[in-house]
Design a protein around this ligand. Sequence first.
Ligand code: MTE
Length: 326
Amino acid sequence: MRNRTALGYQLPAADITPRAQYLRRREWLQGAAGAALAPWLIDPALAQTAGPGKRPALPAVRSALVGAATMDKPTPYEDATTYNNFYEFGTDKSDPARNAGSLKTRPWTVAIEGEVRKPQTLDFDALARIAPMEERIYRLRCVEGWSMVIPWIGWSLAELIRRVEPTGNAKFVQFVTLADRAQMPGLRQPILNWPYTEALRLDEAMHPLTMLAFGMYGETLPNQNGAPLRLVVPWKYGFKSGKSLVKIRFVEKQPKTSWEESAPEEYGFYANVNPRVDHPRWSQATERRIGEGNILLTKRRETLMFNGYESQVGQLYAGMDLKRFF
Ligand code: MTE
């Protein structure tokens, strides 16, 4: 077990609630007012999901944002960190947990470039401090037909976008993952056009639910989940959420994403979760929740329009033919 007091980066001391204090508070709440509630829904301001103690703690407050909590029970940490897609470390679900441990996540910088008035390269520590850390419990739906529920820690990407001041030409935002052959054995396979690149329309990137995540389950991100920072876009298929980001670029023309380049008829630019638009090779109407027991015996649940975030994001696509813009 690592030293839990050593934060992965420095936060002002005043921001940090001593872990013991909030754990005690949590116990009290569970015993008293919260007795009838699911433990992960108690006291939105204080009851951050308690981590398993495998990584440095990352204190956060529960987000007050509409849509940032769900009644669904979070996926067990063990499942969320051993069943992963991170092709830079191999294509088997167990490869990232096995191979990503050696990824060097410090020093780490993120370059902000393109159509912004304030292009800059931010050191990870400075970037993480831009806004207060929030915990948000989002559903993550993979295009392959499985889903998880993850308590992420981070803040709205809009916080960063506002600071770098996009120019009038900025219509799309590109997200680029590290591509280092020395550290990422998967890059030897030409599965995708490396680096892994994803993109959003500027208004999607500005939507408050779109999040830059630095942690999960009360702790910093494990490498296999995209350390030291990744994107999380809860109403889109999981592949839109690029991991281990090194570059965020503002552009005028809709960029091609890695998945679009590899199979344009299967993976569209928008990739909004939509039970009514099937993948050419399988239905998207239902999903299997990871961590609910035996894969073959678990009952599939219905996939929700925009992954359940329709009331928050539906307006972004008003008037669009979602079969065409899949
Ligand atoms: N980001 C990079 N750089 N490389 C990848 O292979 N896989 C995507 C996405 N981000 C991927 C990536 C896919 S397909 C999914 S479903 C999610 O990460 C999985 O995130 P998780 O492993 O944390 O559940």
